[in-house]
Design a binder for this molecule. Structure first.
Ligand SMILES: NC(=O)N[C@@H](CC(=O)O)C(=O)O
Length: 429
């Protein structure tokens, strides 16, 4: 069956394409792109007034399978992804049991194909049980299809293990994604350490904990020649360290989340547990550094760090609540509101961060609109105004720091391998 996406502004940063063209899809692939295409036999997808982008890709998602399905599962998480405009998501291994062997990786890939609304990629753990003691079955997991290796949720405290992990993962030309927060400095901390934590009397997680962890990881990446990707960068110091390392030619890349760009530690003053996340929301000065880093290419991609928890887990005092919250269904709206509608970033830049660049960095299909490419496409209305209401979320983890916020910009259709799986917020599969 053929489909014709007609009348939109097609933006594909990988091709430097930004033009009013139409796209013909057949058998799950893009077969033609050009102006004023007539194709009477095709089903029409009207994109007039919309941006047509390569499907959004999120390299940092907690799908919670196996074992933590009260928080999320592949079915609900992938539908949240579709609702948010994502066509590919990569899931983190901090599950129960931890995804640290090939059987789990291949099982999840299989389950993702059976139950997933979008493409599901799997990230394997660096250490067995994410205990930071001995390497997991890294080679086997990569052969089974793992797209990257990470102990996300934990810093790899043991430098020797991190060195071995980098050397070994590098042999397979894959990347280690580091959750960079030095343990001893953040232990028991619940928010960014600074004026606001002092005022609230809450134990802090200082930015220097992130700086130290990033510095060590960069040194090990430089020493081993292996590639390192820094997860959810949130501190000014980390941005500067990554900038300098890139200038030296170290194989380091980095990601940043909407929450770390759009919120600050001042948002924690209401003790709303939906504001609790690791690394913590930081002060304005750090946010400015993240925006500068994104602008000059120090930070490569945008990710959600979608980290859903069950309602009752978040419905406790701030100190006792787990860190993390849902992000898939608010990410694009928050980014367009905070970055595009403020005039700081263009749509092609944002689409590069959310699709073209993650596809290129992690060697994934998609990320471009070109004949022959898989027809993973997101239709975006950059001017659609809407109010965040978690009751409408597909994710099980309803906590969001953006509850009740008015946003401008939304994905209005998601196409995966040529199939229209989400339209106007409704997921159809
Ligand atoms: N980012 C978060 O705040 N939470 C993550 C784990 C983690 O990275 O700490 C989670 O899996 O819940």
């Amino acid at each position: 069956m053929k489909r014709l996406v007609k009348g939109g502004r097609v933006i594909s940063p990988a091709q430097n394409l930004d033009a009013s063209v139409d796209i013909v899809i057949e058998d799950g692939k893009i077969v033609q792109i050009g102006p004023d295409i007539m194709c009477p036999e095709a089903e029409l997808i009207d994109a007039a007034g919309l941006v047509v982008a390569p499907g959004l890709i999120d390299m940092h998602v907690h799908l919670r399978e196996p074992g933590l399905e009260a928080k999320e599962d592949i079915y609900s998480g992938s539908r949240a992804a579709a609702a948010g405009g994502f066509t590919t998501i990569a899931c983190m291994p901090n599950t129960k049991p931890v995804i640290d062997n090939a059987i789990l990786v291949s099982g999840l890939i299989r389950q993702g194909k059976l139950e997933g609304a979008v493409n599901i990629k799997v990230i394997g753990a660096l250490s067995k049980g994410q205990e930071g003691k001995e390497l997991a079955e890294i080679g086997d997991m990569i052969y089974a299809g793992a797209v990257a290796i990470s102990d996300d949720g934990h810093w790899v405290n043991n430098a020797k293990l991190m060195r071995l992990g980098l050397e070994y993962t590098g042999m397979f030309h894959k990347t280690i994604i580091s959750h960079a927060e030095e343990d001893s400095l953040v232990a028991e901390g619940v928010m960014h350490e600074g004026a606001v934590s002092a005022m609230l009397g809450m134990k802090g997680r200082p930015a220097v904990a992130e700086d130290i962890a990033v510095a060590r990881d960069i040194m090990l990446a430089e020493y081993t020649g292996a590639s390192l990707h820094v997860a959810h960068v949130s501190s000014r110091g980390a941005v500067e360290l990554i900038r300098q390392a890139k200038q030296r030619g170290v194989k380091v890349t980095a990601e940043v989340t909407p929450q770390h760009l759009a919120l600050t530690d001042a948002d924690v003053t209401g003790f709303n547990t939906a504001m609790k996340v690791n690394p913590p929301l930081r002060s304005r000065d750090h946010v400015e550094a993240l925006l500068e880093g994104l602008k000059d290419g120090t930070l490569d991609i945008l990710v959600t760090d979608h980290a859903p928890h069950a309602f009752e887990e978040k419905d406790v005092e701030f100190r006792y609540a787990p860190s993390g919250f849902a992000g898939l269904e608010t990410s694009l709206g928050v980014i367009l509101t905070a970055l595009y509608h403020t005039g700081q970033f263009t749509l092609p830049e944002i689409i590069r961060f959310m699709s073209a660049r993650p596809a290129a960095l992690f060697g994934l299909d998609g990320g471009q609109l070109i004949p022959g490419a898989v027809a993973d496409i997101t239709l975006i209305d950059p001017d659609r105004e809407w109010t965040v209401d978690s009751r409408n979320f597909y994710t099980k983890g309803k906590a969001t720091p953006f509850e009740g916020k008015k946003l401008k910009g939304k994905a209005v259709a998601t196409i995966v391998a040529g199939n229209l799986i989400m339209q106007n917020g409704e997921v159809k599969i």
